[in-house]
Design a protein around this ligand. Structure first.
Ligand code: SAH
Ligand code: DHB
Ligand code: MG
Length: 217
């Protein structure tokens, strides 16, 4: 099963994507620096990019930079003068990301803030047009609260890795990350400011998925 998922990923990317030397260089630099290959897949990156274009995002916020692969996809959507702020706990990840972002030509539109996302978030003022939550999963509930504070009606909030190989359907799951995501779903469901759904994904990155929410008028 997993083999055909990977082949379909490859087919999608080969048929629909332009060559992406900057993205490939970032992934190679990440591997050389020993970062875990937990970036979004290329077509997921392009999906983020298209979403940002669809909502004509001028200010984008990302939680969890790693080597900046998703950051680069999002930064590509920005109009002139647009800005992306990305939050990363690990200085070593941020250093690799900064080089990748510079090489991709986004040094002036992307700002990396190093430290625990909750501390960085407390320093930020909104509104952002699109917020991509992809840092530590157990803290997603608190990240959602900040995302709402930093939103305006129409802001798009996208959360990565919310399916966890189906783990999220188990109320007794022992993984704090799964519990964090279940709490996130409950918060989203009970918050009249948000309209949301989630989509499963399969492919080279396994069985996972995104939660997509929009802030209501
Ligand atoms: N968005 C990236 C992948 C992010 S992986 C991409 O798709 O290319 C998750 C990242 O979140 C890791 O780099 C990890 O160091 C970071 N992280 C974990 N806990 C964090 C925290 N408390 N604050 C900020 N970043 C955190
Ligand atoms: C993990 C984190 C991610 O952001 C991801 O896309 C996949 C896995 C992790 O922490 O294991
Ligand atoms: Mg992720």
């Amino acid at each position: 099963m997993a083999e055909i998922w990977k082949e379909v990923d490859r087919y999608v990317i080969e048929s629909l994507h332009a060559p992406d030397p900057a993205g490939e260089a970032a992934l190679a630099a990440n591997a050389a620096a020993g970062l875990d290959p937990i970036d979004v897949a290329p077509h997921q990156g392009k999906f983020l990019h298209l979403l940002a274009r669809l909502c004509q995002a001028r200010r984008i916020l990302e939680l969890g930079t790693l080597g900046g692969y998703s950051t680069i996809w999002l930064a590509r959507s920005l109009p002139p003068g647009g800005q992306l702020v990305t939050l990363e706990l690990e200085p070593a990840h941020a250093a690799v990301a900064q080089q990748n972002i510079n090489r991709a030509g986004f040094a002036s539109s992307v700002e990396i803030r190093v430290g625990p996302a909750l501390s960085s978030l407390a320093q930020l003022t909104g509104p952002f047009d699109l917020i991509f939550i992809d840092a530590d999963k157990q803290t997603y509930p608190q990240y959602l609260e900040h995302a709402l504070r930093l939103s305006r009606p129409g802001t798009v909030i996208l959360c990565d890795n919310v399916i966890r190989r189906g783990g999220i359907i188990d109320p007794q799951h022992s993984d704090v990350r799964v519990q964090g995501i279940r709490r996130l779903f409950e918060m989203v469901k009970n918050d009249s400011r948000l309209d949301a759904t989630a989509l499963q994904t399969v492919g080279a990155k396994g069985h996972d998925g995104f939660l997509l929410a929009v802030v209501n008028p």
